[in-house]
Design a protein around this ligand. Structure first.
Ligand SMILES: C[S@@+](CC[C@H](N)C(=O)[O-])C[C@H]1O[C@@H](n2cnc3c(N)ncnc32)[C@H](O)[C@@H]1O
Length: 278
């Protein structure tokens, strides 16, 4: 869940350079130096419909696509070293998986949202009928497929994509797992609404979410602050939601889920494990 914070040392200098150049171009093109014509209106000139500096819907959509691509590329770069980095959370996660398994059933159709390299998806597979791993990163998904093929597991499928993909059927999952992802999503409320839509009536939403507003050691607080700063400067591409544990409970309940279990996880970055029913 805290994986994204572990990756600070992995960010390369070329990112910084790229950012400086990109923001330089952006800044100059917006500051008006390119307008070499007189500011007095030409009588024969048709009135302009909108000032050019007003961001249009198209520009915003383009920016969103670019941001998504940056996020995708970030995770693609982590794919090969992801499993190694995750080892430090092995104890916490074996406990979470054990707790999750108590709620799974051999008849279940499960979605593992943000499955990364599929290690946890594979661990959960023997407890359910079918499990589908979904991740935005194609590199993460190819690592997951490699593992699945090596282990010859037949009840798992993996695809690259997002929760809004139209081939995901409404009311089709008994359980949706979202370990370590909701705190990274800007559109977290829409995502939880979509999760609600994809679950069958009575289906379960099982999640772990970092709560970066909860109490943490000073050293960790400094690290988190540094990430926020880097995000503002455009050097770090991931969005970080500053949740308190009660915030995430409220967001889930606001989408008509009933809380079944909610447990604080005391780790370097505090997190919350929540089981909620549709
Ligand atoms: C911190 S990792 C957690 C992975 C895994 N659930 C685990 O517990 O090991 C977050 C994962 O979510 C994926 N991800 C991030 N944003 C996503 C999005 N909008 N849709 C799908 N996957 C996303 C990333 O590619 C990454 O593999």
């Amino acid at each position: 869940m805290e994986t994204c914070l572990v990756f600070l040392p992995l960010i390369k200098l070329r990112w910084v350079t790229k950012y400086i150049f990109q923001s330089g171009v952006g800044a100059f093109s917006n500051c008006g130096f390119s307008h070499h014509r007189s500011v007095l209106p030409d009588r024969n000139e048709a009135p302009k419909s909108a000032p050019q500096h007003v961001p249009t819907v198209v520009q915003n959509a383009k920016k969103k696509v670019e941001m998504t691509l940056e996020i995708q590329k970030f995770w693609d770069r982590q794919a090969k070293r992801y499993d190694q980095a995750e080892k430090q959370f092995a104890t916490v996660y074996s406990d979470i998986i054990a707790k999750t398994c108590k709620y799974l059933n051999l008849k279940d159709n499960v979605l593992d949202y943000g499955c990364a390299t599929g290690s946890k998806t594979i661990e959960l597979a023997e407890k359910v009928k079918q499990i589908h791993g979904l991740d935005i990163s194609s590199e993460m998904i190819s690592e997951a497929i490699k593992k699945k093929n090596e282990l010859k597991i037949s009840n798992i499928s993996f695809t690259q994509g997002t929760i809004f993909d139209s081939d995901l059927e409404k009311n089709s999952f008994d359980t949706i797992i979202a370990y370590g992802i909701i705190h990274l999503l800007e559109d977290n409320q829409k995502v939880i609404q979509r999760i609600h839509e994809l679950l069958k009536q009575g289906g379960l939403f099982i999640s772990t979410t970092a709560c970066m507003k909860d109490k943490m050691a000073i050293k960790t607080r400094i690290k988190v602050t540094l990430y926020i700063l880097m995000k503002r400067l455009g050097i770090f591409p991931l969005h970080l939601n500053m949740f308190k544990s009660s915030d995430i409970e409220n967001i889930i309940m606001a989408q008509n889920f009933k809380l079944i279990e909610s447990e604080k996880i005391k780790d370097e970055i505090p997190a919350i494990f929540i089981i909620a029913r549709k």
